[in-house]
Design a binder for this molecule. Structure first.
Ligand SMILES: C[S@@+](CC[C@H](N)C(=O)[O-])C[C@H]1O[C@@H](n2cnc3c(N)ncnc32)[C@H](O)[C@@H]1O
Length: 198
């Protein structure tokens, strides 16, 4: 598998256990920043009633496509190229948007694009589900997350662990209300917002 992620391997079961309670009534999930496609493969197999749309930046799209072609899971759609800041996400219907470990990798302008794009792509009543590390009231949830943030910033100064309050403000600005904030293993969170019905 190209771009294989050991982290993905570790977090997929705990994320799956949360998604079980969230995606029972969903039909179509748009995944942003699918990486290797490991999450798409793991979740799509376990939620056969869903269609799962993986996406990636142009530079990572080919690897994702090759990984998914090897497995041929029926309810995974052909991966699309998606940069969160592109004009229009080209989505016809999405009642859930999922992303894992992307908001601390992209720069803040891209995080703003992400919430604007997800808010526009989601159907009324749809859910935005975000997995990753966050800070609360300026505090890290662990010493290891503080170290991870330093490491991220040394590698790329625009990246870094995001403040929950700041991302929640972006979500609210596009009509998304927080419906769950679940503490996950390894100092991560699963944040869920729901788009209002009207
Ligand atoms: C740490 S990887 C996470 C991959 C996968 N979701 C996982 O959990 O293993 C971060 C991903 O964010 C994607 N990404 C970064 N900037 C992006 C952007 N502007 N639009 C869409 N995806 C982006 C990268 O291409 C990369 O695959």
């Amino acid at each position: 598998m190209l771009n294989y992620s050991p982290n993905c391997e570790r977090n997929q079961q705990p994320i799956f256990e949360q998604l079980q309670g969230l995606l029972t009534d969903s039909r179509h999930v748009l995944e942003v920043g699918s990486g290797s496609g490991q999450h798409a493969l793991f979740f799509a197999r376990r939620f056969p009633w869903l269609s799962w749309q993986p996406t990636e930046l142009m530079m990572n799209h080919e690897a994702l496509k090759l990984n998914l072609m090897e497995e041929a899971v029926e309810n995974i759609l052909p991966p699309q190229i998606l940069d969160v800041c592109q004009a229009g996400w080209g989505v016809d219907y999405a009642d859930a948007v999922f992303t894992a470990n992307t908001l601390h990798i992209m720069g803040w302008p891209q995080v703003e694009c992400f919430f604007a794009g997800a808010g526009a792509a989601l159907e009324p009543g749809g859910q935005l589900i975000v997995y990753g590390p966050f800070r609360y009231e300026g505090d890290y949830t662990s010493a290891s997350n503080a170290e991870f943030d330093q490491w991220l910033k040394q590698r790329d100064p625009v990246s870094g662990i995001r403040d929950f309050e700041a991302v929640n403000a972006l979500a609210e600005a596009v009509g998304l209300q927080l419906s769950a904030d679940v503490t996950m293993p390894a100092n991560n969170q699963l944040l869920v917002w729901r788009k209002s019905e009207v």
